[in-house]
Design a protein. Sequence first.
Length: 137
Amino acid sequence: MTTETAANRVTPRAPRNATRSRSANVLLWIGQVVAAAMFLMAGGSKLAGAAPMVAMFATIGIGQWFRYLTGTIEVVSAVLLLIPSLAFFGAAALASTMAGAIFTHLFIIGGNPAVPIVLLAITAIVAWVRRPSFLTR
C-alpha cells in the first residue's frame, strides 16, 4: 500500500521552462530583426547622402567622412545582427554607436533622443544575451 503525498509527486516543469525559453528567443529575434531593419534604413540613408543626413552631419561639425563611417557601421552591424554567430559583435558595435548618438542629440544637435535610447536598449540586450561563451567565464 502506497500513499501519494505532495512531497513525492513529480510535477513536469521542463516544458514550462522550455516554452519560456522559446518565447524569449522569439522575442529576441523579433528585436534583432526590427533593429536590423531600422539600422539598414538609417545607415542606407547616410550612405546614400540623403539631404537630412548631410545637414545633420554638417551640424555635428566633424565632417561628411563621419557620416560615411557611421552609415557603414550601421549597415554592416545590421547584417551581423541577423547572423547568429556574429550577432553579439553587431549588437556591441551598434550599442556603442547609439551611445554616441544619444550624446550627440543631447549636447550637439538637440532634438529628442528617444529613438537612439530604444535602439541602445535593444542592442544592449541582444549583445548581453548573444555574448560568446569566452566572455561569460
